[in-house]
Design a protein around this ligand. Sequence first.
Ligand code: ARG
Ligand code: ZN
Length: 441
Amino acid sequence: YYPTLGNGGYDVQHYTIDLAVDMEANFIAGTVTIEAEAEKDLSLFNLDFLGFEIAEILVNERNARYLRAGRELFITPADPLPRGEMFRVEVTYSGVPGEGVRGGGSSYSAGWTRYPKGVFVASEPAGAARWFPANDHPSDKATYTFHITVPQPYVVAANGLLQEVIEHEDTTTYVWSTEYPMATYLATVNIGEFVERTEEGPDGLIIRNYFPARIADKAEAVFARTGEMLAFFNEIFGLYPFEAYGVVVADTPLFFALETQTLSLFGAEIVPDALAGVVNGWSQPESVVAHELAHQWFGNSISPANWQDIWLNEGFATYASALWFEYTRGEAVFERIMRGYYRNVAGRDYTPGDPGPTELFGQGVYPQGAWTLHALRLEVGDELFFDILRTYTERFKYGNASTDDFIDLAEEVSGQELGDLFAAWLFEGDVPPMPEWELGG
Ligand code: ARG
Ligand code: ZN
């Protein structure tokens, strides 16, 4: 779908993103260090990067020549990089994020975004290159360290765990890191006048939430059931895969949410009465809260092999949220939700298994993707269905999966031929008739 995303020939292991932020000028400056392994002999390699002024690029401490064309940053190291060896790239750059970059991108894919009270970063699918040089494709996952320096009294919330807070004269450096592989679009930095609210989840998991100080109590109430949701999903999907969980609420309306790894991002509209004149954008906030949490298994721990496999993220998270309602509210509520999803796609011609770049976040992917899983469950029965889910999360943990990988695994675990079922729901268009199922089944 995005022929210019990502690059071959190397495998990134770690990004260190070290940026100083001038909040008034909306200007960022710093160095991103990439540690990567050469997968073949390289005399030239590419990164994805948009905008900013590059001051210098070092490869293995030596100045490298570079050239830019659109998203592509071509780098010629002083010495060729031998296959199988690690190399280090340091890109020093500065500028106003998005300045001079053509095509704004949607708010959930614009990368680094300044709003009156702070900054959020949302980059799905291709916005990471709009704030740091990267191999911007979910197939190249890496671990991350962030050193973000902000003026006082701002607070920074990013992925993983807060390792250190270093106070300077009138700025503060927040050091965050995650030791689990993460796709570029899930990297996030949030800056605001946040308070941190921490609680203990199941099995001692740390849940740290970042809320705008002025609405912290109301926000806390919106996310009060995160611990219970984690316990339920641990049960049906296998143990939560990362070092911590939590959410960050930006002090601005977003009208989307994003499952940024270990720290899902929400807009202030998720909090009732948080914004004068803005109605809560979510008819059922709990459903999106569960949806973003479920993505930590489906989408984050297991990333799509390619963007066309997006239903492995969205169909699964949408169905997971319905499962939470089945568990907490009962069969009748669950049935109402599933029938509602079916109405969203009835009579339509979606192909969730190959939605096309313009329908990446469309109804075919969300409700019809969810129905694909429900049809599978009705076909194989609850026991095998949940075996399939747990085998899938275990086998592809911290990696990538394609639609074919999931279909193969479902056939393997169930011992059944499921090709026709998946073809009908994912690839043939014309949504299949709604299978009948029995309440309480
Ligand atoms: N992955 C995000 C989600 O949880 C999608 C963000 C894009 N949102 C949108 N409305 N297109 O659904
Ligand atoms: Zn989603």
